[in-house]
Ligand binder design. Structure first.
Ligand SMILES: [Zn+2]
Length: 253
């Protein structure tokens, strides 16, 4: 009798584990068991799921962070060793494994960049920074890993590198050039503004992506375009973030 009520409400306000793929409970055999059995409440063996599925979410990028946090704490409490102290060793072990899965999923999803990177990985996209083979190749050949300079930044990067070299040379000689330092601070501010613009671009891409997920356009060409846009934004962001880091090193050194 409860089944009918459950089904009609299945996409509204059910706790997340009730929305994930369901399995048979190892203890009572009920068919609606995921992390916890719906009938007997027993903890279930961990299953490999992606972080979105772990929270019962579709692969959308605009996430209700308060809801995510509430869900994280709710599940953390249920999996807590103190709560599970009376359970069998096996169940306690599962609780620990699930806790670690829960922590990883929460840490990744609550961070806007981490969440985007994770989605891109799930969708088979590789970011420059993550292409480990390129880094390894650079290391063995002793050459610096070549980062592709975003074309519209070429001029600025060239100028900035000149400034940085000059500042480093000054530092070696124990000299201070206030003008130069001011220029560097100014450049840094401009770079930070660019970072903000990139974040807005990213949020725009999120909106488009979520729209595609809502409309179920799995093989749609727009999907490729939006994913490509996100890769581009993140790569530019990494590039600029590294420049800011270089400037900070020189200013603080
Ligand atoms: Zn059960």
């Amino acid at each position: 009798m409860a089944d009918i009520g459950k089904q009609s409400a299945s996409n509204v306000a059910l706790p997340v584990e009730e929305r994930s793929t369901e399995h048979q409970c190892w203890s009572c055999g009920d068919m609606r068991a995921t992390r916890f059995c719906h009938s007997c409440g027993k903890v279930q063996p961990p299953m490999p799921v992606d972080f979105f599925s772990f929270f019962g979410l579709r692969r959308k990028l605009n996430i209700d962070l308060h809801q995510l946090e509430r869900e994280f704490y709710r599940q953390s409490r249920k999996l807590h060793p103190d709560v599970n102290a009376q359970n069998s060793e096996r169940e306690q072990e599962w609780s620990l494994q699930l806790t670690s899965q829960l922590n990883d999923a929460y840490r990744t999803l609550r961070d806007p960049i981490g969440r985007t990177e994770y989605l891109l990985k799930l969708e088979g996209r590789e970011l420059e920074e993550q292409s480990k083979s390129a880094t390894d190749a650079a290391r063995t050949s002793g050459q610096q890993k070549k980062q592709i300079v975003p074309p519209d930044l070429l001029e600025e990067v060239f100028e900035l590198n000149m400034l940085l070299e000059e500042a480093r040379a000054n530092r070696k000689l124990g000299e201070h050039d206030t003008d130069l330092e001011e220029q560097l601070v100014e450049t840094k501010n401009t770079l930070n503004q660019r970072m903000n613009v990139l974040m807005s671009e990213l949020h725009e891409a999120w909106k488009q992506w979520d729209g595609l997920v809502d409309r179920g356009l799995i093989g749609h060409t727009d999907r490729e375009r939006v994913l490509g846009k996100m890769v581009d934004v993140l790569n530019r962001r990494t590039y600029i973030r590294n420049l800011v880091r270089d400037v900070n090193e020189v200013l603080e050194g």
